[in-house]
Design a protein around this ligand. Structure first.
Ligand SMILES: [Zn+2]
Length: 253
């Protein structure tokens, strides 16, 4: 790239038109009188005075295609030679343009949503990838459960509800987490407010001496066929912390 303040000239754009610098050899079929092309026929290049490349898009594409191997080799050689400085500048750019990059990625996702969904479902549907994905997901979840209480509780709430639905052979109609009808932050404080003095998040679990969530009205006592009843069953006021053994004695919950 040219140094700042010393932009390269080449052929210049005038009034929205520009000549391809391949002149007679230009393969662009949209050439007008005198070989002029609309400016949209050129890619952008900030290092040029007029902000556009000198070769039109079709010419550039043809040249790139013809020299694919050489270009790839050149790029690879350049990368190997400059690995460290490239890594550093990539990192610096990522840090400086965090918001911009996030927005760009989001824009790309929204624009290509369907394509991305298809690609990733095709990828996941291969059994090998399925196993790989599951292993990765399990490891990721385990790590995140250890550090993120909010995430851990969402998982617990979901799986408890899922088991109850499975036992009563009802389909899922509402989300167990949304069914709480409060934020996870509120739910955490609510449960903590009901703790006995010995209870804390470290002794949550299903071992003797642990406490776990108890549904005050057991899930089995709701008519889980109805979405309204599912919502009531999941409401945060139906949760309380209880010594795990007491919990088991109360029967199927
Ligand atoms: Zn051209």
């Amino acid at each position: 790239m040219a140094a700042r303040g010393h932009k390269r000239v080449g052929t210049l754009a005038e009034g929205g038109f520009k000549k391809c610098s391949k002149i007679d050899k230009c393969i662009n079929p949209n050439k007008g009188i005198g070989g002029f092309l609309k400016i949209e026929e050129f890619g952008r290049d900030k290092s040029r005075i007029d902000g556009f490349l000198t070769w039109c898009k079709p010419c550039l594409k043809a040249v790139r295609l013809a020299n694919k191997k050489t270009i790839q080799l050149g790029l690879k050689r350049y990368y190997v030679k400059n690995k460290e400085s490239i890594t550093l500048s990539t990192k610096a750019y990522a840090l400086k343009n965090k918001v911009k990059i996030r927005l760009r990625k989001k824009r790309y996702y929204l624009k290509n949503k369907e394509k991305i969904k298809l690609q990733s479902s095709a990828y996941r549907s291969i059994q090998f990838n399925k196993d790989k994905f599951r292993k990765y997901f399990n490891e990721y979840s385990k790590k995140r459960r250890e550090s993120d209480l909010n995430f851990k509780l969402r998982g617990i709430i979901r799986s408890r509800f899922w088991l109850a639905l499975k036992a009563s052979q009802c389909g899922k109609k509402v989300s167990a987490v949304k069914g709480l009808s409060c934020s996870m932050e509120f739910f955490i404080r609510y449960i903590e407010s009901l703790w006995e003095p010995w209870m804390n998040w470290d002794n949550y679990g299903n071992k003797p001496g642990n406490w776990s969530f108890d549904h005050i009205i057991a899930l089995a006592n709701f008519n889980l066929m109805s979405p309204e009843e599912q919502k009531k069953a999941c409401h945060y006021t139906n949760y309380r912390p209880l010594l795990h053994l007491d919990n088991i004695k109360k029967g199927c919950r």
